[in-house]
Design a protein around this ligand. Sequence first.
Ligand SMILES: *[C@@H]1O[C@H](CO)[C@@H](O)[C@H](O)[C@H]1NC(C)=O
Length: 225
Amino acid sequence: MRVTGVIRCVLPLIMLLGTWFIVETYFDQRWKVISLRSWLGVTNKPRSQQLPRHKCGNEKSCPQNYFAFKIISGAANVVGPSICFDDIILMSSVKNNIGRGLNIALVNGTTGQLLKADTFDMYSGDINQLDTFLGEVKDGTVVLAASYDDVATKMNDKVRAHFMELGSSHVKELGFRDNWVFLGVKGLKNKSPFEQHIKNDKETNKYDGWPELLEMEGCAPRKMD
Ligand SMILES: *[C@@H]1O[C@H](CO)[C@@H](O)[C@H](O)[C@H]1NC(C)=O
């Protein structure tokens, strides 16, 4: 009898607390005054408060005198590439300044400011335009490049030489519909550590006719005089 009596008292209390908890969970804002959830230590912090956001949405923050960057290649011939530098999207589908082929942004390596952004059709465009564009790049300029669809059909030795001068190791091997992301600097004596290349290969392609997209993020040192 006594056990039943205790259950008779406790059960409604448990149900009341349960209902309170559920109501608070779904009708969150109005029950601030006497909040069971906060009393129990259950909090709904927005995601942004839990994880600090880094420049360009990168996983890590960059030390002082480094620029955060993120370069994403196109996906097949469907999703366009994007280039972020120092937390600013320089090129993307939304900005409507990308195109099939090579997408290139030039940034002042001292100030981090955008100098130029252009796109070069490497399948049927005039390769001399890219040759001229790269020929005019001044020392200390950061060059960010992202592939979209095809980067190799019109590629020639003069353009390859320009990219090698910027620190590229893979430009020599670029083939039809390969993906490529690259960050180089004019006047850099060494090879750039910021380069990724994936071959178009029927056996390993993610998409029908194209490899998986490439995504590269990191911190590029500011040019100090
Ligand atoms: C970059 O900006 C600095 C400071 O304004 C300037 O002196 C330099 O000439 C610029 N370099 C390039 C490559 O534009």
